[in-house]
Structures are given as structure tokens and as C-alpha cells.
Design a protein around this ligand. Structure first.
Ligand code: URA
Length: 234
């Protein structure tokens, strides 16, 4: 198997990132720094990335987790906060979160050991739609919905087209679904703040057609074969 694919299958990095690691001299095969980017790994080769031995995993795992608030979407945290990895400890593969959700955002998070899948899903050029359900303060007027849909300035960046549906009004807040096609840092929070209705609660409920459904917070399930194929081909 070609070395960049081998590294991706080990869940260390996407193929493209693997090529960079090779170019930077961070990959060793049988103790020697690899010079040849197209190297084919032989059975019995010892492959190291940044000094750590890696092994290609053949079995791919795709998990859909309902992340609760109060967890970071990283594999480890230097501030010792809970990470989403604490919620999937019994999965027997070296999975990692695909993309990120804020510490205070709950909802749909995919974890996998497939580096190529993760890379494709998060690459901006694919513009995978992501839908969030938000509770925002105050009343969200039709005019504000139109502004959110057409693009708002979130601090030097004007958001692209979005879809907004008010679900219901509460005495002092509004429940609203918003679908965006990009993933700037804290984008949804910034968008609602920009129109004067700060987010009080935020949950991601879908990535494309893959929905969170009724999965309880902190629980996870495997993605179905159809969902995996759909995400791979979107
Ligand atoms: N937008 C946000 O503001 N936060 C998230 O976690 C995801 C999208």
C-alpha cells in the first residue's frame, strides 16, 4: 500500500497531510527517513510518524455521537476538560472527531479512524450543509431572518447564503433552525449576535441528510452504510 494511504488508514492524517509529513522528513521506514513520496509499504515494514510507530487499520469505524455541552471536540485537552473521547471509550479503534463543535454546543458529531473521509467532509470546497437548532434571545423578525439568509457581517467576514426557519416563539426567546454551508469559528453564534439575538442554546441536528434524530445526549451509534456512502459522495 502506498505510504500516504497507509498513514491515512492508520488514522494519523489525511493523505494530503501525509504527503506533507513525508516532505518534511517526519516519516521513517525501518529506521530511515523516507525520501520517496510514492513508496509502497511492504508487510513487515516498520513505519514511524514523528517518532511513533503506526499501523494501518483496515477496519473503518464511523460513529455518530450526540455531544453534550461541556465537552471539547479534541482528542486531549491541555486544560484537563472532558473531551468527547471520554464518551466513546469502548470503541475499539483509534477514532477522532471530524471537525469541531464549541464546548457549549451539543449535538451531532462524527468520529472516525478514516483520515480521508474526515478530510473530505471538512474541506471547505465541499460546503457540506450543517443544520443547527438554536434558542436565541428575543423575537426573530422576518426581516432579521432575511438578513441571516442573505449574509451578515460577523466581524470582517460576510456569511454566505443560509436557510433559516423559525420553529416557535417562546415568551422571551425563539427556537430557530439554521442551515449554513461553511464553518467559520463560532459562526452561528456570531450570526445571531450580529442581528441582535444572541444564542442561548445551540445543537447541531444534521450534517447534510444525516440527522441526529432521537439519540440521547452522550450516546452514540454507528453510521449506517447508506449514511457513510452518502457522506463520501456528497
Ligand atoms: N457555530 C457555532 O457558533 N458553534 C458551533 O459549535 C458550531 C457552529
Amino acid at each position: 500500500m502506498r505510504i500516504n494511504k497507509y498513514i491515512a488508514q492508520a488514522g494519523v492524517a489525511s493523505r494530503r497531510k501525509a504527503d506533507e509529513l513525508i516532505a518534511c522528513g517526519n516519516v521513517r521506514v525501518n529506521g530511515a527517513v523516507l525520501k520517496e513520496p510514492g513508496y509502497d509499504v511492504d508487510e513487515g515494514d516498520v513505519v514511524e510518524v514523528n517518532g511513533h510507530r503506526i499501523q494501518a487499520e483496515t477496519k473503518k469505524v464511523y460513529i455518530l455521537l450526540n455531544k453534550p455541552e461541556g465537552y471539547v471536540t479534541t482528542v486531549s485537552d491541555d486544560r484537563d476538560r472532558d473531551t468527547v473521547m471520554d464518551l466513546v471509550e469502548d470503541v475499539d479503534a483509534r477514532i477522532f472527531p471530524v471537525g469541531r463543535l464549541d464546548y457549549n454546543t451539543s449535538g451531532l458529531l462524527i468520529l472516525t479512524n478514516d483520515g480521508d473521509f474526515a478530510y473530505r467532509l471538512t474541506h471547505p470546497k465541499h460546503e457540506m450543509p450543517k443544520t443547527y437548532r438554536a434558542r436565541v434571545s428575543g423575537v426573530l423578525s422576518k426581516e432579521k431572518c432575511a438578513r441571516l439568509e442573505n449574509g451578515v457581517d460577523i466581524g470582517g467576514y460576510v456569511t454566505s447564503k443560509a436557510k433559516v426557519s423559525v420553529i416557535r416563539g417562546l415568551p422571551k426567546s425563539t427556537i430557530v433552525d439554521i442551515t449554513i454551508h461553511e464553518g467559520k469559528n463560532r459562526q452561528v453564534r456570531k450570526m445571531f449576535k450580529a442581528v441582535g439575538n444572541p444564542v442561548q442554546e445551540l445543537t447541531r441536528i444534521a450534517i447534510g441528510n444525516v440527522r441526529l434524530g432521537r439519540l440521547a445526549e452522550g450516546h452514540y451509534r454507528k453510521l449506517t452504510h447508506e449514511e457513510i456512502e452518502y457522506l463520501k459522495n456528497s
